[in-house]
Design a protein around this ligand. Sequence first.
Ligand code: PLP
Length: 393
Amino acid sequence: MDLADKISRQVKEIPRSGIRDFFELVQSKEGVISLGVGEPDFPTPWHIREAAIYSLEKGETSYTSNLGLLSLRRSISRYVGEHFGAEYDPANEVLVTVGVSEALDLAFRALLNPGEEVIFHEPCYVSYSPSIAMAYGNAVAAPTHARDDFALKASEVEGRITEKTRVLMLNFPTNPTGAIEPEAELEKLAALAVKHDLIVITDEIYSELRYDDPGRYVSIVSYPGMRERTVLLHGFSKAFAMTGFRLGYACAPPEITEAMMKIHQYSMLCAPMPSQMAALEALEHGAGPVEEMRTAYEQRRNLAVARLNRSGLPTFEPGGAFYVFPDIRGTGLSSREFAVKLLEEENVAVVPGDAFGPSGEGFVRCCYATDPDLLETAIRSIEAFVGRNGKGK
Ligand code: PLP
């Protein structure tokens, strides 16, 4: 029996993640310093872990409401209101999910009919395009460029709108570039969404990690006419260093929340209770640790940007997230050749830029949420590598 024949065509057609392929290579080597995985090197702050432990001690091991604990939804509603300037009713406009990953999947599945289009900016998070495909939608990439500091030009979106376009997908600060959208451009995107009656999904997972203007949150949801057509996704993985808790949420008008909840209740039922209790603690008392981690990342960003630029790899100074995206075209190597050769020669792992879509070719992503000593060693290795592999060498 050919089991490959038993797999659905739709799943077969989705390519494997470029990151996964590359990291199988990384795992086959010993002593590698990885700037690869987009994950904080800090453990979850202790008081947040304690809240999960205490919840287990109390025997809080049951299902919760499908939407999530009401206390957590109230806290999310307050947090989003304060930070993003949009009020959501915890009763029917907030859905607690298993990470932003689940929320993304629910949003695409709730909003798309087969063949409808989602425009997103690229290079981008690896899951967007496959998640759109799994919801039977068509992914339409709008490229961003180093010359624009990877901002999304509204004109790039406008030129791609057709009668099938349903959703505009945004993520600022952006994975993998760290870009923050200039407010003037965000305003134009909001106007486009209103003019063409689009729903906007905004993935705000890095919004606490801003270095140019810390504490400022600018989301498209706060622009006129946008709250009613926006699905705001956020979670705890990055700013609160809670990747393993698998917790996120979606805020949206009741009709959209209800549609997402319908899928969630049959596929996931609810997010894990101890993680929900930890998330509640994070929102209520986590601002201090988040700020400490943000400050640490900022120092590492400054170091990484200065040293990579000096080494001969032009590197845009990102305003947020915890990635730098150096331009490696001067080496004459492709992103993949660069990453494989760097791994073989220096035991340092970075992610080839084309893993984030074709417009990431010519770049690599380095995650600086890494132990500072290891980061220093990795950068020294990259400097030596570029010294040997610069143009014409
Ligand atoms: N969105 C972006 C832009 C990400 O970079 C990631 C993880 O890397 C996710 C969503 C997934 O987040 P979560 O851990 O909440 O599922």
